[in-house]
Ligand binder design. Sequence first.
Ligand code: SF4
Ligand code: SF4
Length: 479
Amino acid sequence: MINLLARWPFHIHLLTAPGIGRLLRWKRTRLLWRWALFTLAAIMIIDGFFGSPLAAKNTATIAAWVHYRGLIVLALLFFGNLFCAGCPFLLTRGVARRLGRPAHRFPKPLRNKWTAMVALLAMLFVYEWLDLWASPWLTAWVIVAYFLAAFLFEALFTHDAFCLYVCPLGSFNFLYSGVSPTQIASNDLQTCRECAGHECINGLHGDDGRLLQQGCQLELYVPTIQGNLNCTLCLDCVRACPYDNVALAARLPADELFRRARPRRLDTALLAIMAAFLALVNAFAMTPPIYGLQKRLAIILHTRSEFVVLGVIFVIGAILSPLGAAYGAAWLSRRLSGGDGDLRSWIIRYGYSFVALGFGVWAAHYLFHFLTGPLTIIPALQGFFANVIDVPILGQPDWSMAARGVAPLPVIRGVQMAAVLAGLLTGMAIIWRAAAEETATRQETLRAAVIWLLLLLLIALIAVYLFLLPMEMRGNILG
Ligand code: SF4
Ligand code: SF4
């Protein structure tokens, strides 16, 4: 066990900080946050079904495909997994559990990230294939489907199976909360060693045996937590610990990636690599060259089906390429450095560096859309209240707001480049550190790391090339 709070800057304990500490500890904070997101989701569903069919004027498409994604990367970068902390899809959890009385855990062979990986891929594929960004109606259905899926899993399985093994949004947040500057940690490990009940995971019970506060449903045991993977920031552990021994510690961003504190598992390491490639595919799908490629592929494959053509692009770009790159780089670096071990262990050692670069690429992409029209949501909400439910509490929509970006386009491009560069440099530093820990001399370190460094560089260069192309302004009135 590593006592994180003993290391700088972990002694900054946010739950005891003035103001924010009280807010975070207040037991209604999470409920209010969840209700706020639930209300927004309800507005999106109603507006999606009954509001403007124009994507750039509807809260369903604007909030889902522009604001959610822009704000999620900012939240992860500056705080942590705030969306999962208030996940609206689980608001109906109590009803689901009462109805379903779940007694079974998720099947053991599926207790990994493979299902979530497929779900993430499928969601982004469907987004492109059905142009979800352009259809408020379909977007509303996606949100409804999300609620139904969460309800079903909560009714059938125990231990937050949906969050842990299925949810693509959660998987994205779990993966990239690796770069966040906060983390749950034990305040004092000695207290944990002497703790008999381990309430942070087992739950806090009253004298009569009644459960007063559930423990971590994600099966994270506070004294052994090394990073943010799988943590929803629900703070149940904080409330359950009878010794007030759980901290929300401030740390250096991406610290857990440098400490190599992520599980030594192939599924999570490959998820990091595949998600970085998926970021490229997702950005590529919004640039002009994709149309030429789709046309050429349609001719080669003798098909007019966009499903097939796009499917081929996704399979090559987001499945075969990352798998080939991961195993190829692992094989080459093992050979160049004269190391041993199976390829799996090499992928696990270096794969988490892709979290940093992947996050940089996603952030560059999502912030572009968000920063070019951050105020669009205001007239969309005004339109919803005034025209859809006929309660004009926010006044009539002022669409001139939608055209206002926070900064001129060159500045936004600068932010994008900075995000990619920061991700690249952080990823490279993680690779170097991982290689240095396994080798004796600088030359050996270089031989072990060089292929991975080049791979990161290649991904970053492709990202820069894509972000310099004209990009569709989806969900923005300028588009
Ligand atoms: S309940 Fe508190 S003291 Fe006990 S193991 Fe968990 S964090 Fe440590
Ligand atoms: S109970 Fe604690 S460790 Fe578990 S998910 Fe919630 S905040 Fe994270």
